[in-house]
Write a protein that binds this ligand. Structure first.
Ligand SMILES: Cc1cc2nc3c(=O)[nH]c(=O)nc-3n(C[C@H](O)[C@H](O)[C@H](O)COP(=O)(O)OP(=O)(O)OC[C@H]3O[C@@H](n4cnc5c(N)ncnc54)[C@H](O)[C@@H]3O)c2cc1C
Length: 488
């Protein structure tokens, strides 16, 4: 039996991001992944939303992703385009980048951080007690861990073995997706008929054509074949356009479910293991990565004894409502794209509504993740929201604020008189920086807010306390989020 502080099951985007966050916080974590290579069957996520790119920027790795993708000026709700280029963010765009590339780049970063990866190994179950978790592996000895995190996708063995309920709604529609080569030039773009909406798209001239086809009912599950794809093309377009080859053929449905709990004792869930929903809006991978960034520093502080286990309850209270909202909106989008006249009338009404500025901002803020607001109580509008990446002036020059978050440590920025704030009892945990910023404080969706005199920023980039001329509440916020003060 060997041991690690944290065993992460699954080396998809969520598991890789969590592994990196724990490692940056100095925690010994291992990833157990049943795949033997980084490759997976089928096409999956097509892009990264603005908040996810900001999160990668906070760790200094956004520039590895951005040049490999294609920037789009907006997001889409049920196919209705919503501009985000007026949002105050350095990354006010959607980055078109296939999941296999995002995963590869994340995997390279995790390898640089020297995170151990047990590939070709499957977790088959676990037992837990007060001292830790015994993780059962396919054909091998068990692994001991203080905590086990299931980042093992929608069919999560960790969730099932942990007895965590997964309530929700069964599938009503299935789609087939593939990357294909065709002899004939197809009809590119959206195609609507009595079955539903279908898409044929090619991003670059020499790239394969990507296909998404709504399937006829009854709902189909299981792995589709090239013949299924050919039949579906003929059913929709009357021709298979001389389909020559197809790769990454996959089928997905609109099954929508969310774990009733994100923690059972020493076992936690993140990403698709905690929530599954149809891909309309393109948020699954994004909220998984953001789950990981919310959980990483909290779990690290619990493991290293800085914070009590109750800090982990905030992972559920903050992230469950975010995924619940995504689930509701993906169900709404599936309803809006139904081809019958009544649903299309609602879609037209929605398009009209979203052409107005305020609704457009609200929905685009939600899809991009830039509007996230964790409920940390009443106070300044920044409280519980993402810290903007300001151009901050500090004693020896200026820098984008996100650069100060690269090491994933808590950060207190004093924008008042230097030396006005004393955080010495937390000096081993919280970085204190004196700085100034002369511009407007503009938040996505909300607009301009009052300039604070200090901000306490969590490692995930969300604001835990805002100073408005006094340090009232700072000690309580430091203790709540970063543990008790060190003894004098
Ligand atoms: C067709 C389609 C289109 C999509 N489009 C988008 C999009 O545009 N935007 C978006 O954000 N999201 C999209 N998604 C969703 C996105 O793909 C998922 O949300 C994302 O992959 C979730 O990441 P994850 O790491 O949580 O889980 P996964 O990616 O499922 O990773 C789980 C990992 O765990 C491993 N594993 C599972 N069980 C075990 C075990 N017992 N032992 C060891 N390893 C195990 C698996 O091999 C896998 O590597 C789409 C999904 C589909 C199917």
């Amino acid at each position: 039996m060997t041991g690690h502080a944290v065993v992460i099951v699954g080396g998809g985007p969520t598991g890789l991001m969590l592994a990196a966050e724990l490692t940056l916080a100095g925690i010994d974590a291992v990833v157990v992944e049943r795949r033997t290579t980084g490759e997976f069957e089928g096409s999956r996520a097509g892009g990264l939303h603005a908040r996810t790119i900001e999160i990668l920027d906070q760790r200094g790795i956004a520039e590895r992703f951005v040049p490999e993708g294609q920037k789009y000026p907006g997001v889409a709700y049920a196919g209705i385009p919503l501009e985000i280029s007026d949002f105050p963010s350095r990354h006010n765009y959607l980055l078109g980048l296939w999941q296999r590339h995002s995963e590869r780049i994340l995997g390279e970063w995790v390898a640089e951080l020297d995170v151990p990866l047990m590939s070709g190994t499957e977790v088959t179950g676990f037992t837990q007690d007060d001292d830790g978790v015994e993780v059962e592996l396919s054909g091998g000895p068990t692994l001991h861990a203080l905590y086990l995190v299931g980042c093992d996708g929608g069919r999560s063995i960790v969730r099932k073995a942990g007895g965590i309920d997964f309530p929700g709604v069964d599938a009503s529609t299935s789609w087939m997706m593939a990357e294909v080569e065709m002899d004939d030039e197809p009809e590119f773009g959206f195609h609507h008929d009595s079955i539903g909406t279908h898409v044929l798209n090619r991003r670059e001239p020499r790239e394969p054509i990507s296909v998404v086809l709504t399937e006829r009912t009854p709902i189909r599950t299981g792995e589709p074949s090239i013949q299924d794809l050919r039949d579906a093309l003929v059913a929709v377009y009357g021709t298979d356009y001389g389909l020559r080859s197809a790769s990454r053929i996959s089928r997905f449905t609109d099954m929508t479910r969310q774990a009733a709990a994100y923690r059972s004792g020493r076992v936690l869930l993140a990403g698709d293991a905690a929530h599954v929903h149809p891909p309309q809006g393109g948020q699954g991978l994004n909220i998984g990565v953001q789950d990981a960034v919310n959980l990483g520093w909290k779990l690290a502080q619990v493991v290293n004894g800085t914070s009590p286990e109750s800090l982990l309850d905030t992972y559920y209270s903050e992230r469950h409502p975010i995924a619940a909202q995504v689930l509701r909106h993906t169900m709404a989008q599936v309803a809006l794209i139904r081809p019958d006249q009544r649903h299309q009338a609602v879609h037209a009404a929605m398009r009209e509504l979203l052409s107005m500025d305020e609704p457009r901002k609200r929905f685009a803020g939600m899809l991009s993740g830039l509007d996230i607001h964790y409920d940390l109580g009443d106070g300044h509008p920044l409280l519980g929201r993402r810290m903007p990446d300001l151009d901050l002036s500090i004693t020896d020059g200026s820098l984008p604020l996100f650069e100060l978050l690269r090491d994933a440590r808590p950060l207190l920025i004093n924008l008042g008189q230097p030396g006005e704030i004393d955080t010495s009892p937390w000096a081993d945990r919280v970085k204190l920086v004196d700085g100034s910023y002369k511009g407007e404080w503009e938040l996505p969706v909300l607009g301009v807010v009052n300039a604070p005199t200090a901000v306490l920023i969590r490692p995930d980039g969300y604001v835990a306390w805002v100073g408005a001329g006094t340090n009232h509440g700072l000690t309580a916020a430091l203790t709540t989020w970063f543990g008790a003060p060190a003894a004098a």
